[in-house]
Design a protein around this ligand. Structure first.
Ligand code: MRU
Length: 371
């Protein structure tokens, strides 16, 4: 997608990077929307920290960053213990997004059979391929989701913009490019369908207010930031035509784990018969989990709840406390929305019911494993 009119991805191999000293560059998402900063990753610990501290975030991008992290590690130590250490270190950064586990397994499979001297070049190739695959998959999600937005526009007899509500950031910043939930929105906007996006601010880290609002603005998509609790009110008043969110892990039965608060939006959508769609790339499906109950839910530092960061008028980053110093706080980063509340899943291969049969109809190669 474009930043100030220039096509930009969220992660890439730095220009001038050499095999002897590879460098990966990322958009530092902790600085957005106030500053467009590029961070340079030069080693395993750097990459792990960038994922843990959410300079890169969003399930597909976490996977791509982990793949590049393994490549950076191979430049220092490409031995068998070095490979295992890199996979374990990166795997321990964030527990909910299964794309991380998926990408690390892909990297391990691609490298383990090679001689250590061949691993660095192969790791850089495989990481680049994972990034490119993510872009192609997300473009496919956009193509498959576009007819749902077209149908919503026709259903309201072209009487006004299609009102879409989204939660957190499942746009191109959460992926290598295009996004998942926002890919159909960008496709519809580019196709000339009038749209308006309600952007949940998404406490506590405010990925909606800071990232989704920024990237929609960069692409010229009309949007309004709302507080997290406004969605139910808007749905009751008929001001939301459909919801689309992403997911960090989809169980084989179609239950989805996504940013905390997604479940409440799905409940409100259900009560108001507003379609609730979840967009996902296939690496987000965890075929080993029968349902969402066993999805690990990340708990992050309570400071993200007790404090809030922003930019002062004179351009400095500042953090202030919100809560009484003596009040404990808990920071659950994700929740699980049961499949029965999801109207349909949007994947790169098509739209399907949120169910085991729905997913297997699109991904029949998993039939035996999921049986
Ligand atoms: O904690 P984050 O910002 O990594 O959470 C991101 C989300 O919840 C997204 O909705 C999810 O990763 C799907 S992204 C395409």
């Amino acid at each position: 997608m474009n930043v100030n009119g220039r096509p930009t991805r969220t992660i890439w191999l730095a220009p001038g990077s050499t095999l002897a000293a590879p460098v990966v560059e990322i958009i530092d998402q902790t600085r957005l929307p106030h500053e467009f900063a590029i961070a340079r990753l030069t080693g395993l610990d750097h990459a792990a920290r960038a994922i843990r501290d959410m300079q890169v975030r969003g399930a597909p991008l976490i996977g791509a960053a982990a793949a590049y992290g393994v490549a950076l590690a191979m430049a220092r130590d490409a031995s068998d213990p070095g490979l295992d250490h890199a996979v374990a270190t990166l795997g321990a950064t964030r527990p909910t997004a299964v794309n991380l586990t998926w990408a690390l397994a892909e990297m391990h499979r691609a490298l383990a059979e090679l001689a250590p001297s061949q691993r660095l070049a192969a790791a850089l190739d495989r990481a680049a391929a994972i990034a490119d695959e993510d872009v192609a998959i997300n473009r496919g999600i956009g193509d498959c989701g576009l007819p749902l937005i077209e149908a919503a526009f026709l259903a309201k007899a072209r009487s006004g913009p299609v009102a879409v509500l989204t939660h957190c950031n499942a746009g191109w910043l959460a992926t290598v490019d295009w996004g998942t939930a926002l890919a159909p929105i960008y496709r519809a906007h580019d196709a000339g369908i009038p749209l308006h996006v309600w952007v949940d601010e998404t406490r506590p880290r405010n990925q909606g207010a800071s990232l989704t609002a920024w990237e929609l603005g960069q692409h010229g998509v009309p949007h309004t930031v709302i507080v997290d609790n406004a969605g139910g009110h808007l749905m009751r008043r008929g001001e939301v035509d459909l919801c689309i969110t992403g997911t960090d892990r989809t169980a084989a039965n179609g239950d989805v784990a996504n940013k905390i608060g997604t479940y409440l939006k799905a409940l409100a959508a259900h009560d108001n018969t507003v379609p609730f769609y979840v967009a996902l790339p296939s690496p987000t499906i965890d075929w080993t989990l029968e349902n969402g109950d066993a999805i690990p839910i990340e708990r992050r530092d309570a400071r993200e709840v007790t404090h809030i960061a922003g930019w002062t008028e004179d351009g400095r980053r500042a953090e202030v406390r919100l809560t009484p110093a003596e009040s404990p706080a808990a920071n659950f980063a994700f929740d699980v929305t049961p499949a029965r509340l999801v109207s349909a899943l949007i994947t790169e291969r098509g739209v399907c019911p949120a169910s085991r049969d729905g997913l297997l109809a699109l991904f029949p190669e998993h039939r035996r494993r999921a049986a």
